[in-house]
Design a protein around this ligand. Structure first.
Ligand code: MTE
Ligand code: HPA
Ligand code: MOS
Length: 753
């Protein structure tokens, strides 16, 4: 949190002037009135950039500051630096700009039709879907839409840049990727990376929003600090943050699903239109993960899925918990729901029959080591699903103003960055002569508990008390070339690097002890800070051994490097083995819909989640709870609205509803399934950051089932979020039913027991 960094006196404050229109040519920019305000130090434009005006990570298509064109409402055009935040904001309002307006496109399908793609389309293929459809008994087609999602980290984007010695800068950045900040900052300032110390203490949340999009704010501070030789801070106002930063990519998709007489899914085709916004940002990688997860937790032998990365005039959309996976999974769940409706069965019958088995191939070539059925079956037994269904049926038979619905949501999520090279991490471990330990890694703590996990790794390997270990801030001078803390892989990658470093030091300590006890290192153990020889306790403590080893001039420091083994991917054929392992789970969701008002409650989410062997049940439970509720928010209430001019209408918390305590399921049961299959997770504790978000998709389908219980003929579209307005329209998309309810509701109790 930047708030925890004490301000140096003389610190200046920045604010950005963003384009007032979403697409156009800049005719003139007048900063004179703003510049002459008392307290304003200087106003910067792209002309003040000493290096390259470019911050695009995957595709170089994103200027830091607009030059002659603007591509989204809020696109940074000028940077004001003033004595106070208030003056900076007031000065922003005095900047005048004249823009020749161009056509604004906000719809990805229109962008695709116009040929406005950021990268060429990608297609994942397995088997022959065209041929397989000919053998299908049932074929269903449709479309599905998912909206974006505001990250709404508690701490908004921000940074604090401080000039340092020898033409260098120290920059505190609220980023998931200190190296990305360092790399782009160096390019913009036209200096080498070794002059930039990026330090990240901990984030008040990131959720993917600070994987790539923390960079510009840090560079703004750095640019001003570089020119003015003064510390410069910028913490965005919530409304600035909402307007100027990208969100989860909305998708519009087409599907076609084919089943045989046994309800096996034989063929699946999908076309994804991803709304990338005005620049690539991480969208091409997000798009790729949509394809990786387009068949969710099911085995489908014939698949063809194509994805378009569509350029629109919205702020560049970006990583968000799940990283395109949820968007892909929603579509196949919609396809299954559509098939189930038409066949007059429950979606669960189709889902259950098609769960992945070990050895089944994903469309991208990797073979599954599947826990899908283990999770599903455990959930069915443990939660007595038949009993729940009976209760729902009898409730629905006796209530006409309230209806309940149930859904199953199996998940399967691949762990590793889909870009192979990013799957590497480093750690620096120092054992001080008093026995205390200091650990630095590339991991950024953002509430997911990674620092605690790093602490556990060091304490476990050394077998010392956790109080003896300290985790440092994430800093580019201590750890270089880091991958962002993302892809749920932070604890695995950095934890393994810590493990490697600690094991190297441990070996030297054991060698040192062996010399002292005149024996072999193999018979030395350290347990609870005591040295054992041949499993016999000795008088020597951890502290004794550390100092004895230091006195022998042996290094007590180590730098560990880890690169995930065995992963590869060839994107010329779109096949390989990209994931270290997969995480599985099944959630059973039950909801109650108020059929007069369209409002609803999530009664219960009961889930079984594959943890491998959790190394910290409290943290992992927190991740499941938070991820689930964030997923429920995305699926039910969080409604991002851009108008036709590309202006964000849901630009404050008064117009953008996020889950609160009342949105949390009334009952939340989490079963920790310990799975025995080998995995590459740290201490076999599978990654848990993103997967639970996708359980939230179950809430959408449970609501849909409740609506169908009220109005079996409802023509409700597959369009998330399922807001109360949409529920209401779904409930009454049939007039006869509406009349019926009008008649029967007279005298009926409004609130059921
Ligand atoms: N949990 C909290 N409290 N805050 C966050 O910002 N980010 C999520 C998830 N859980 C996040 C979180 C996202 S998007 C990811 S990728 C992972 O945490 C990143 O951390 P991990 O790799 O350590 O799981
Ligand atoms: N997940 C999250 N972030 C990423 C990925 C990914 O697979 N690839 C690049 N950045
Ligand atoms: Mo998470 S979307 O990979 O930061």
């Amino acid at each position: 949190m930047l708030e925890s960094i004490p301000l140096i006196s003389g610190t200046l404050f920045a604010a950005v002037f963003g384009s007032p229109v979403a697409h156009g040519k800049i005719i003139s920019l007048d900063v004179s009135a703003a510049e002459s305000m008392p307290g304003v130090k200087r106003i910067f434009t792209y002309k003040d950039i000493p290096g390259k005006n470019q911050i695009g990570g995957i595709v170089p298509d994103e200027p830091l500051l607009a030059e002659d064109e603007v591509h989204f409402d809020g696109m940074p055009v000028a940077l004001v630096v003033a004595e106070t935040q208030e003056i900076a904001h007031a000065a922003v309002k005095k900047i005048k700009i004249d823009i020749e307006k161009h056509t604004v496109i906000t719809d990805p399908r229109i962008a695709q039709a116009n040929g406005s793609l950021i990268v060429p389309p990608r297609t994942f293929k397995m088997g022959d879907s065209t041929k397989a459809f000919k053998d299908c008994v049932h074929i269903f087609e449709g479309t599905a839409e998912t909206n974006g999602q505001e990250h709404l980290y508690i701490e908004t984007q921000g940074a604090y840049a401080i000039p340092a010695e020898n033409s260098s800068l120290k920059v505190y950045s609220s980023t998931q990727g200190p190296t990305a900040v360092q790399r782009h900052m160096a390019a913009v300032l036209g200096i080498s990376m070794h002059r930039l110390e990026i330090d990240t203490v901990r984030l008040g949340g990131g959720f993917g929003g600070k994987e790539d999009q923390a960079t510009s704010w840090a560079i703004f501070c750095a640019l001003a600090a570089w020119h003015l030789k003064k510390p410069v801070k910028y913490s965005l106002h919530r409304m600035e943050d909402m307007r100027m930063t990208g969100k989860r990519n909305p998708y519009s998709s087409d599907f076609k699903i084919g089943l045989n007489a046994d309800l096996k899914i034989i063929a699946y085709e999908a076309t994804f239109y991803q709304n990338a916004g005005a620049a690539a940002d991480l969208s091409p990688a997000v798009l790729e993960r949509t394809l990786f997860h387009c068949t969710n937790s099911y085995f489908v032998p014939n698949v063809s899925a194509t994805a378009y990365c569509c350029r629109t005039n919205l702020p560049p959309n970006t990583a968000f918990r799940g990283f395109g996976g949820p968007q892909g999974m929603f579509v196949i769940e919609a396809a299954i729901a559509k098939a189930a409706d038409a066949l007059g069965i429950t979606a669960a019958e189709i889902q259950q029959k098609n769960l992945l088995n070990t050895g089944d191939e994903f469309p991208y070539g990797q073979k599954a080591v599947s826990e899908a059925s283990a999770c599903w079956n455990k959930a069915v037994d443990l939660y007595q699903v038949q009993k729940i269904k009976n209760e729902i049926n009898s409730f629905n038979a006796t209530n006409s103003l309230y209806k309940k619905g149930i859904s199953f949501m199996p998940i399967c999520f691949g762990i590793s960055f889909t870009k192979i090279l990013m799957n590497q991490a480093r750690a620096l471990v120092h054992v001080y002569m008093d026995g205390s330990v200091n650990v630095s890694t590339g991991a950024v703590e953002m509430g997911q508990g990674v620092n605690t996990k790093m602490l556990q790794v060091a304490a476990t390997i050394f077998s010392i008390d956790t109080n003896k270990v300290r985790i440092n801030s994430t800093n580019t001078y201590r750890i270089a070339n880091t991958s962002p803390s993302a892809a749920s892989a932070t604890a695995d990658l950095n934890g393994k690097a810590v493990q490697i470093a600690c094991e190297k030091i441990l070996l030297r300590l054991k060698q040192s002890a062996a010399e002292i006890f005149k024996t072999e290192p193999a018979v030395i153990d350290i347990k609870d800070e005591r040295i054992l020889v041949h499993n016999q306790l000795t008088d020597m403590t951890w502290n004794d051994l550390v100092i004895a080893t230091y006195l022998k001039r042996i290094s007590l420091s180590e730098h560990g490097h880890y690169a995930t083994p065995g992963i590869h991917f060839d994107n010329t054929i779109e096949k390989g083995h990209p994931f270290a392992y997969h995480v599985y789970g099944t959630a059973i969701t039950t909801v109650t819909v108020d059929c007069i008002r369209g409002i609803y409650e999530v009664d219960a989410v009961r889930l079984v989640h594959d943890f491998g062997t959790t190394m910290n049940p409290i943290i992992d439970r927190g991740q499941i709870e938070g991820g689930l509720v964030q997923g429920i928010g995305w699926m039910t209430m969080e409604e991002i609205v851009y108008d036709k001019e590309g202006k964000l209408r849901s630009n404050a918390l008064s117009t953008y509803k996020v889950p609160d305590i009342y949105s949390v399921p009334k009952n939340l049961d989490i079963h920790f399934l310990e799975t025995a299959n080998d995995n590459l997770a740290i201490f076999r504790s599978k990654a848990v950051g993103e997967p639970p978000l996708m359980y939230g998709i179950g809430t959408y389908f449970a609501l849909r089932n409740a609506i169908k219980a009220f109005n079996p003929k409802t023509a409700i579209a597959f369009s998330a979020p399922m807001t109360p307005e949409k529920v209401l329209m779904g409930l009454y998309s049939h007039m006869e039913r509406a009349e019926h309810i009008h008649k029967t509701s007279v005298g009926e109790q409004l609130i059921p027991d």
